[in-house]
Design a protein around this ligand. Sequence first.
Ligand SMILES: NC(=O)c1ccc[n+]([C@@H]2O[C@H](COP(=O)([O-])OP(=O)(O)OC[C@H]3O[C@@H](n4cnc5c(N)ncnc54)[C@H](OP(=O)(O)O)[C@@H]3O)[C@@H](O)[C@H]2O)c1
Length: 318
Amino acid sequence: MKAIILNQTGGVENLIVSEVPAPELKPQDVLVRVKAISINPVDAYLRANESAHPHFLQTGPDEKPIILGWDISGEVKSVGSSVTNFKEGDEVFGMVNFPGHGKAYAEYTSAPASQLAKKPVSVSFEEAAGATLAALTAYQSLVIYAQIKAGDKVLIHAAAGGVGHFAVQLAKAFGAYVIGTASSANRDFVLSLGADEFIDYQNEKFEEIVTDADIIIDSQYGNHVERSVQSLKKGGRLISLLTPVYEELQTALTEKHAFYHQLLVQSNGEDMQALAALMESGKLKTHVSKIVEFGQMDEAHRQIETRTTRGKVIVKGI
Ligand SMILES: NC(=O)c1ccc[n+]([C@@H]2O[C@H](COP(=O)([O-])OP(=O)(O)OC[C@H]3O[C@@H](n4cnc5c(N)ncnc54)[C@H](OP(=O)(O)O)[C@@H]3O)[C@@H](O)[C@H]2O)c1
């Protein structure tokens, strides 16, 4: 089968379409003919940084070639002997084997049945592929860790991005009051997702505008999380997608009696089913801002590296 392989880390020219053996199918696995793939910042990070491979891909130095990617939608080709919830021909989507060697940039990928959900009929393969890693991150942050409930005031940073645009919609679906940050070019987009308020982070200080948030999703580097603590109310919940606790941050969190969690998203079929139900009911939609062909993976990586992507970038299956 065809796959996009990475023999050595570096620039986008290192993503090479090549012929590789088809994946093996374990008893609990489903073999999926990939129809669409979504791209995340971590894909580009791993393309360029070998030292991060053990953490995110769980690969050793001899495991070559690397096949990047985790986010797929597609059609079930065959199922392992112990799989009962999927059959050949089912349309599925999911984030496969994260953290781990997902091998999604391929014609076929295999994944445990426990990590997939059936794709709603009304949702395209491109939209479904987009609602995987980013959507699971938003879901696990808000629902599993922050335990969102109706009436919560929720501040979502990078509300126009992959994670953020799902987080705004999810928080609204749970009955929260939602404030989103982005640059002014994304004001109308963020409000169209259902946000109640918009903050232009380039011209306004969010911590001076919001000081009583119940929940904050922070996805920015540096001491941004310390600024987010200022926006929390006492006893609030702060979920960071990037920053481990450090001394000054711990002091600020303790003063606020705040809950803090550094999230690393995990493959989870039950969470995928919850997302599928929200998509089916029209409460959650993927904004696909760019679709490229399988052979244009370099273009998709360049786009995600701009850090200004609106919604999701999708690569078609081969
Ligand atoms: N820990 C985990 O499990 C996990 C999971 C998913 C993602 N992440 C990380 O979370 C971050 C976001 O992921 P993503 O997929 O949403 O990325 P993305 O789609 O590339 O995010 C792009 C968006 O970020 C916005 N943005 C950039 N700087 C901003 C700032 N200072 N304040 C507010 N918005 C800003 C941009 O809006 P403007 O163009 O308007 O500036 C753009 O719409 C990445 O670093 C990613 O690696 C971690």
